[in-house]
Design a binder for this molecule. Structure first.
Ligand code: AMP
Length: 640
């Protein structure tokens, strides 16, 4: 087995040779003529001159060797169903959907917005887009009309594909009314909407715009749609993520570099082998779902489980804290990927459930999306008896930045650290204000990546190169490096520790949310003059949003009933506009918010008070009484 240090060094010192080798892991219609083109930093073009297709690599190229093997296993503990597709069946379904999209006028480069629950049709639609060179833009099904509208406006999709409803814990969430409202709000209107009817919620179809997918697909049964060969640098998809401003950014990804990055990660990081089963419990609405529910496992010739439902409900609809382990046994899962939050939910179950099923096929459990705390890691590690591998990455990176490359060298993990930088990523810790590289072990600074960024990394912000440069590459003084907006330290052995965000992004149950988006929604309420939203530590979800609002009517500050009514209205507003995920845990009312003398909200000081920590340096605080107000509302609440 290779030594990881040498493997990594080669990726940095000889990127052309290193990535040319990795490029052989996928099929090319035309091989690339240039591996790395970084003549226009920070923009990078990987595998220029090459032509390939993600769908071909995920499906077609496996047909000859494993056409009859399982490709997709769609399990829903909400509708109590299980559906299996072989590679050949998936091929047929994807071609049918591709034909339907072509028939309604979708062509290469057109955007298709996908707003769907975790069902096989969502994956089939993504693959169909990739097949014909359309750019998919998947929006998490938990988002509500406001979030959806801003994404529709930015992506300007020709077609939207959706469904009547999703379901969680037996509660049906109707998508169609949210979608209708989002289309009403958005300045851009899609030409057509394709709707899958699961029979969960009634749908009123808009004449001339809405089409039932079942009717359209029937016309294309048996369709033969060849893959559109794309330039390696053509866009495969965009995915929206939150930042410091209220406007979400469309993270844009290429085709060839992404396919190579995923194929390489399946081999070197996840150690997943053809013919095996991969189980990633994320959602297709997140980057992890794109990479490791859809493309990564299929490119590697593995079967992938698409799971809809809670981790605590069985296929008979009854409570079952062992459902995931039941699936591991049943489908002989070798690689599993989840988030610390999900494990914390399972931790409340009887530990004996972990031993109820034969988990001997499982080689490792990968966790990502938020910091992995020691008790959670130990609990699951003891229960499963396999390595628990933390991995740190971002929507922007497309695959893990820091972890353990298990397929190269099984280096030991250290609790609290996701591991070491992955091949291709030049990770550094720099001083926040001087930009100086901090090389001494344990020195805290901002985690940055020096260019050129590796294959799979975002190409730019959709439609806004200037925003890509100014947001990510111009925040560290004196250096053009990519900022992750995370604090971190490195120890003497080169292991990194991630210490939380440097910006106003919070992480609720592994989901990234911008506090600005929540603030904008709350300040749209007529009864609110001003608001600050912070992320506060939570035992289960990692963080929850906490809002501090200045009411227009000062009676709210003294009358508990009025405060309760306003709090309820605000919570509902956020849930309706952004989705339940973004709803603050509490809204507390104060007369004035703590700000600096120049008028900037001191969110970090508010957060520290909420978490019972020392708010640190308060020299810029304009009026100490304002922080005292926060202390008293937080204090009186904890005394209740
Ligand atoms: P997202 O783009 O939604 O994947 O969120 C990325 C952010 O989640 C990172 O910038 C980190 O703040 C956090 N994050 C992701 N993975 C980890 C991890 N393994 N440990 C600590 N924080 C993480």
């Amino acid at each position: 087995m290779t030594n990881y240090v040498d493997f990594y060094r080669r990726s940095i010192e000889e990127p052309n040779e290193f990535w040319a080798e990795q490029a052989r892991l996928i099929d090319w219609q035309t091989p690339p003529t240039q591996v790395l083109d970084d003549s226009r930093p920070p923009f990078v073009r990987w595998f220029a001159g090459g032509r390939t297709n993600l769908c071909h690599n995920a499906i077609d190229r496996h047909l000859a060797t494993r056409g009859d093997q399982t490709a997709l296993i769609a399990v829903s503990t909400e509708t109590c169903s299980e559906r299996i597709y072989t590679f050949a069946q998936l091929h047929a379904e994807v071609q049918r959907m591709a034909a339907a999209l072509l028939a309604i006028g979708v062509g290469k480069g057109d955007r298709v917005l996908i707003y769907m629950p975790m069902i096989a049709e969502a994956v089939i639609t993504m693959l169909a887009c990739a097949r014909i060179g359309a750019i998919h833009c998947v929006v998490f099904g938990g988002f509500a009309s406001g979030s959806l509208a801003s994404r529709i406006e930015d992506a300007t999709p020709k077609v939207i594909v959706s469904a009547d409803a999703g379901s969680r814990g037996g509660k049906v969430l109707a998508y169609k009314p949210l979608l209708d409202e989002a289309i009403r709000l958005a300045a851009h209107k899609p030409g057509a909407v394709l709707l899958f009817d699961r029979g969960l919620a009634p749908m009123a179809l808009v004449e001339g715009r809405d089409h039932l997918a079942s009717v359209v697909l029937e016309r294309h049964a048996g369709a033969d749609v060849p893959c559109e060969w794309l330039d390696a640098t053509d866009v495969s998809y965009t995915i929206y993520t939150s930042g410091t401003t209220g406007k979400p950014k469309g993270v844009q990804r290429d085709t060839g570099g992404y396919a190579v990055a995923l194929a390489a990660s399946m081999k070197h990081i996840f150690d997943g082998r053809p013919g095996e089963t991969y189980f990633c419990t994320s959602d297709i609405g997140w980057v992890v779902g794109h990479c490791y529910i859809v493309y990564g496992p299929l490119i590697a010739g593995m079967a992938s489980i698409v799971y809809e439902g809670l981790p605590t409900q069985g296929l008979d609809g009854q409570p079952n804290g062992a459902i995931w382990w039941e699936l591991v046994e049943k489908y002989k899962v070798t690689v599993m990927f989840s988030a610390p939050t999900a494990v914390r939910v399972l931790k409340k179950q009887d530990p004996a459930l972990l031993r109820k099923h034969d988990l001997s096929t499982l080689r490792a459990l990968f966790l990502a999306g938020e910091p992995l705390d020691e008790p959670t890691a130990s609990w699951i590690s003891e229960g499963l008896g396999v390595p628990i591998i933390d991995n740190y990455w971002q929507t922007e990176s497309g695959w893990p930045i820091i972890t353990i490359a298990n397929g190269v060298e099984k280096k030991a993990s250290k609790f609290g650290s996701p591991g070491v930088p992955m091949y291709g990523f030049k990770v550094m810790i720099v001083h926040e204000t001087t930009g100086e590289e901090l090389t001494a072990p344990g020195e805290k600074g901002v985690v940055v990546i020096d260019g050129p960024t590796p294959p799979g990394f975002m190409q730019t912000v959709w439609g806004d190169d200037a925003r890509y440069v100014s947001t990510y590459w111009q925040t560290v003084p004196g250096r053009s490096v990519y900022s992750t907006f995370d604090w971190g330290i490195r120890d003497a052995d080169g292991y990194y520790y991630i210490l939380g965000r440097t910006d106003d992004v919070i992480n609720v149950a592994g989901h990234r949310l911008g506090t600005r988006e929540i603030e904008e929604s709350i300040s749209g309420h007529a009864g609110v003059a001003e608001v600050a939203v912070v992320g506060v530590a939570d035992g289960l979800k990692g963080q929850v949003a906490m809002a501090f609002a200045v009411p227009r009517n000062s009676a709210v500050l003294t009358e508990a009933d009025q405060a309760l009514v306003l709090e309820g209205e605000i919570m509902k507003r956020v849930a309706d506009e952004l989705g339940a995920l973004a709803r603050p845990a509490r809204v507390r009312f104060v007369g004035v918010l703590p700000k600096t003398r120049s008028g900037k909200l001191l969110r970090r000081a508010i957060q520290a008070v909420c978490e019972g920590r020392d708010p640190g340096d308060l020299t810029t605080l304009d009026d100490p009484a304002t922080l005292q107000q926060i202390r008293s509302v937080v204090g009186s609440a904890s005394a209740n």
